[in-house]
Design a protein around this ligand. Sequence first.
Ligand SMILES: Cc1cc2nc3c(=O)[nH]c(=O)nc-3n(C[C@H](O)[C@H](O)[C@H](O)COP(=O)(O)OP(=O)(O)OC[C@H]3O[C@@H](n4cnc5c(N)ncnc54)[C@H](O)[C@@H]3O)c2cc1C
Length: 403
Amino acid sequence: MTVMEAQPRADVAAASLTGEAYRLKVRDWLRNELPGSYRSDSPQFSPPTLEQSIAWEAAMHRAGLSGMTWPTSYGGHGRTLREHLIVNQEIGALAMPDSVNSIGKELAGPIILAIGTEEQKKRFLPAILQMRNIWCQGFSEPEAGSDLAGLRTRAVRHGDIWRINGQKIWTSGAARSQRCLLLARTGPVEDRHRGLALFAVPLDAPGVRVRTIKSIDGKESFCEVFFDDVEVAQLDALGAPDEGWAAAIRVLEIERATNRMYRAWRFENELRHLISACKTDTVLAGLLADSHYAVRLAETVVDIEVLKAHVETAVDVLVNGGSIGARGSLAKLHWSEAHQRFAMLAMELLSKAPLPLAPSVKVALRRFEGIYLASRAETIYAGTTEIQLGIIADRILALSKGR
Ligand SMILES: Cc1cc2nc3c(=O)[nH]c(=O)nc-3n(C[C@H](O)[C@H](O)[C@H](O)COP(=O)(O)OP(=O)(O)OC[C@H]3O[C@@H](n4cnc5c(N)ncnc54)[C@H](O)[C@@H]3O)c2cc1C
């Protein structure tokens, strides 16, 4: 029997433990239940299929490890943000695959909790956590990425129905999703920040067409999504028709600062993996001691500590009732730039391995090639580096625009 068929052995959800005792219970569950072949630092690694990922994530939810802070009435576990951070630290310490429903769990879910109706919360939230509904995010358009307020996909209301026409692009995972968190224009284009609304669009609705785009790493996760007279019920409109911009900004702040909280700890796992793989080869081990590489590796450690501090500060701010605001841009800028530097360093080191490659170097090369290619996109999605710098200049340093 696999973990996916079994009920979780240790019910972390029911544990009344806190602090370190809770951490140990979570660690124990993850390490016992995560199949070795899912760990990308292991020689047995093979990427899980969509079905396997869905089953694994549903098992994690049953064990109390997703929807941590969501109310139990919506399928969550009603735990604290600090406990959510603990779980993220433990997830990050393992080379686990990213969630196939991170948009549902980390972007759509929180915004539905914030602005959804009671009926929407009951209908959408448990389905996200139980992996019955995978979500994608339909914000970007061919002429509206950084300039999101310039989007042109239009939603027109006819009684209890909205009719949607337009096109989205770079919609990660749309081909495997059941719902799209769609930002569409309900007012005139000139109004820019007004007259925008969020919708939970069912992707099997007539008039929706999803076309995949192949990326440099060979994956087809990106999609274009076309909406041709798609009818969406008022029941699936999220929040008021004029509140879409504020809601979208809230989603972006979450995306930049508090989603995938495990990044720093995963990054640390990657650094450990790189160093241990290099140590198995005499040439690479020699390079680790070379002052040029030693300095860059030390800088990586500093980057990781800064990244951890960003996450821990964000959690403190939120626990104390504050909001993340423009601080999210500091975090986003740092994780994306630092990870890109690190991926470059890893490839530089590993490419100096002599042939034939030691088995551990082969595993590391395969993993870091993927990390390197994916890191190219990290300074683009969730807002480009230039946009983050603009936000920091404008909203944190209060410098005038356009100078
Ligand atoms: C891996 C990946 C996954 C993604 N997933 C999704 C998704 O699921 N859903 C979704 O909606 N979108 C997604 N996106 C799209 C992403 O959010 C956009 O690519 C991003 O917002 C940039 O927009 P753009 O591509 O239109 O570039 P543009 O906005 O055209 O920018 C091009 C360049 O000009 C610069 N620039 C633009 N405006 C300014 C300015 N005012 N000042 C200085 N420089 C500027 C940019 O920084 C950039 O370097 C994804 C992108 C990637 C790479």
